[in-house]
Ligand binder design. Structure first.
Ligand SMILES: Cc1cc2nc3c(=O)[nH]c(=O)nc-3n(C[C@H](O)[C@H](O)[C@H](O)COP(=O)(O)O)c2cc1C
Length: 208
């Protein structure tokens, strides 16, 4: 393996600093649409980082499920490690990487649970097997190496409708920083960073 010689030149695009969208969430939606057209992997997959009670960070992939006017929604198990981290420290970081566009978006924000009603509405529209998965998985808990989920699946399969468990639902992330990165030749990448200051989005360009 010759990892040190793995490198790629970025040359697909640039950020137009003469025509900046004053709303970074609208700009994110624009990039997201372009990613939907160009990427073939899960465009809505992002790395979510949280920090636990001992200040130790932890990252994992989750799926973005909604872009709203003021922020972003993902779903998880409220008893999971990430949810426990958020209970103690609501600061989270989200990272999207769209390699076919040579783009990265970094978001810092505050996460809070969405309403039971909103989580129910989303849960009802999930495929049945995902609903069953949410009911039977005690996410982030240790289980026996030979644990078999089939018995639990069979039990639930007798039910007509699967009810959302109370321990499952969404988080809404209100962003306070959003940075857009576009790869450029010679590692002179474009970086456009927005920060929410006194309720207004201020943007700045940063050196790569
Ligand atoms: C492509 C992909 C998508 C995922 N989507 C989710 C998701 O939307 N929600 C979720 O809770 N976990 C999702 N996971 C699993 C998480 O990465 C993680 O394993 C799990 O949530 C437990 O994390 P925690 O113990 O840090 O809370 C996904 C993993 C991958 C690789």
């Amino acid at each position: 393996m010759d990892i040190k010689n793995l490198r790629k030149n970025y040359n697909l695009g640039s950020i137009d600093f003469t025509d900046i969208n004053s709303n970074p969430i609208a700009f994110f939606s624009h990039w997201f649409k372009e990613a939907l057209e160009k990427e073939d992997r899960e465009v809505n997959a992002f790395v979510l980082s949280t920090v636990n009670i001992d200040n130790i960070p932890s990252s994992r992939v989750v799926l973005l499920k909604n872009i709203e006017e003021k922020g972003f929604v993902f779903f998880t198990n409220y008893n999971s490690s990430k949810a426990k981290d958020i209970e103690i420290n609501k600061h989270v970081s989200m990272n999207f990487y769209w390699p076919k566009l040579e783009r990265q978006v970094r978001i810092v924000g505050f996460a809070k649970k969405i309403s039971e009603q909103e989580s129910n509405n989303y849960f009802k529209n999930r495929p049945r097997e995902s609903q069953i998965g949410a009911v039977i998985s005690s996410q982030s808990k240790e289980i026996d190496l030979d644990f078999n989920f089939q018995e639990l699946i069979d039990k639930l399969n007798h039910q007509d409708t699967i009810k959302k468990p109370v321990h499952w639902g969404g988080f809404f992330v209100s962003p306070i920083k959003i940075e857009f990165w576009q790869g450029k030749p010679s590692r002179l990448h474009d970086r456009l960073a927005y920060e929410l200051i006194d309720g207004n989005w201020i943007y700045k360009r940063f050196s790569p």
